[in-house]
Design a protein around this ligand. Structure first.
Ligand SMILES: CC(C)=CCC/C(C)=C/CC/C(C)=C/CC/C(C)=C/[C@@H]1[C@@H](COP(=O)(O)OP(=O)(O)O)[C@]1(C)CC/C=C(\C)CC/C=C(\C)CCC=C(C)C
Ligand SMILES: [Mn+2]
Length: 405
């Protein structure tokens, strides 16, 4: 069914990009390769490369993998952007762009500025990066940031122990309302304004809430497929929310899907990194966000995680996990050049900073039980000009279709 669906919505060229992209995302060993090769076979099937008969002998109606489910969202988001871009252009041509009234505009400016304050307080470096964007885009990113931060605070903040699935239902209702132009408070008003201006779809926001719901009831992940879905919900979604605001460079020749795929990869990479950094902290809350089957294959159990002793088995397990996170970062890098020039720097900066957390875990000799891997101020500062240089030099015009390579 999924194969057929992809065949309908996904042009052949893009489906084959998806296939190669998926293959490049996973380590080339063990059970994952087998699982992902199933996914890839199904994607190839959708392009007509494989005959249905040969496929059915390989996979007899396997359950849809997380990669497939998430990729459908990516395709939908990309299609929406293409459609709304056309609508927006025709609106402007027809002179239908309504100016906001002055008093409403003032209130809205205040709301956006408050979002900027929150962002500056919680994510200083990222905030600095947004200052390079156009004022319009910058405040839209702040509004998205604040909504994500508040959503995460529901399950991770000081009131988290009182949070029930009902409270998340109410949060989702507020989300629906703000998308329909009925914001509940000023932060919601800023996001409501943002989603009315940019082709941002509600799906990734809903999916993030789904991730928080998942986090309330689930504390173990059977395999990477389950973990991938969780990472998409809480972090890959951020990439999908951000691209319509950051904008794709007008000169970009890459497909919209490939840019979305890179954005998704950045979110997944960041979340995998978060997870690897916080193994000890999460274990103290009774949580293990590591694939259970991979732990077992490495000869490790939940008990080993709770004991928190760095052994050779742990080191070797961690090496594999770090390698996978880096592969997602690599995938993300290919898409940054396709973003609008002014959006590249903050994205490069956040990528380089997050990626260095993986290096810090290595420097700590894989002790993520008792030591927190962090990137020192000097390294953070040094990353900024590097990010700036890459943003400047790696523009889309130089690499025709980089995300497909
Ligand atoms: C083509 C291309 C590469 C485009 C770039 C797309 C893009 C901007 C992707 C952003 C990816 C990103 C920053 C993802 C956030 C991942 C993340 C850290 C998720 C965290 C979830 C929960 O984690 P956990 O509870 O385990 O950890 P903590 O201890 O709580 O940290 C989150 C906390 C979810 C909430 C996410 C945010 C608050 C970040 C939102 C960020 C933005 C909207 C701006 C992104 C823009 C830039 C420039 C990076
Ligand atoms: Mn959190």
């Amino acid at each position: 069914m999924a194969g057929v669906l992809l065949w309908v919505i996904c042009p052949t060229e893009n489906a084959s990009f998806a296939t190669s992209s998926l293959l490049s995302l996973v380590p080339k060993s063990g059970s994952q390769v087998r699982r992902y090769s199933k996914v890839c076979s199904r994607l190839k099937f959708s392009t007509g490369v494989f005959a249905a008969a040969s496929l059915s002998s390989v996979v007899a109606n396997p359950p849809r993998s997380s990669v497939e489910k998430v990729y459908e969202v990516v395709l939908k988001q990309a299609a929406l952007v293409r459609e709304q871009k056309k609508e927006r252009i025709s609106d402007v041509v027809a002179g239908n762009d309504q100016a906001e009234s002055m008093s409403r505009g003032d209130l809205l400016n205040g709301a956006y500025n408050r979002c900027g304050d929150v962002c500056a307080e919680y994510a200083k470096t990222f905030y600095l990066g947004t200052l390079l964007m156009t004022p319009e885009r910058r405040r839209a990113v702040w509004a998205i940031y604040v909504w994500c931060r508040r959503t995460d605070e529901l399950v991770d903040g000081p009131n988290a122990s009182h949070i029930t699935p009902k409270a998340l239902d109410r949060w989702e209702q507020r989300l629906n309302d703000l998308f329909e132009g009925r914001p509940y408070d000023m932060y919601d008003a800023a996001l409501s304004s943002t989603v009315s201006k940019y082709p941002v779809d509600i799906q990734p926001f809903k999916d993030m809430i789904k991730g928080m719901r998942m986090d309330l009831k689930k504390s173990r992940y059977k395999d990477f497929d389950e973990l991938y879905l969780y990472c998409y919900y809480v972090a890959g979604t951020v990439g999908l929310m951000s691209v319509p605001v950051m904008g794709i460079a007008p000169e970009s020749k890459a497909s919209t899907e490939s840019v979305y795929n890179a954005a998704l990869a950045l979110g997944i990479a960041n979340q995998l990194t978060n997870i690897l950094r916080d193994v000890g902290e999460d274990a103290r809350r009774g949580r293990i966000y590591l694939p259970q089957d991979e732990l077992a294959q490495a000869g490790l159990s939940d008990e080993d995680i709770f004991k928190g002793k760095v052994t050779d088995k742990w080191r070797s397990f961690m090496k594999g996990q770090i390698k996978r996170a880096r592969m997602f970062f690599d995938e993300a890098e290919k898409g940054i050049a396709e973003l609008n020039a002014a959006s590249r720097w903050p994205v490069w900066a956040s990528l380089l900073l997050y990626k260095q957390i993986l290096d810090a875990i290595e420097v700590n000799d894989y002790d993520n039980f008792t030591k927190r891997a962090y990137v020192g101020k000097a390294k953070k500062l040094a990353s900024l000009p590097i990010a700036y240089g890459r943003a400047l030099m790696l523009g889309s015009s130089k690499f025709a279709e980089p995300a497909r390579s």
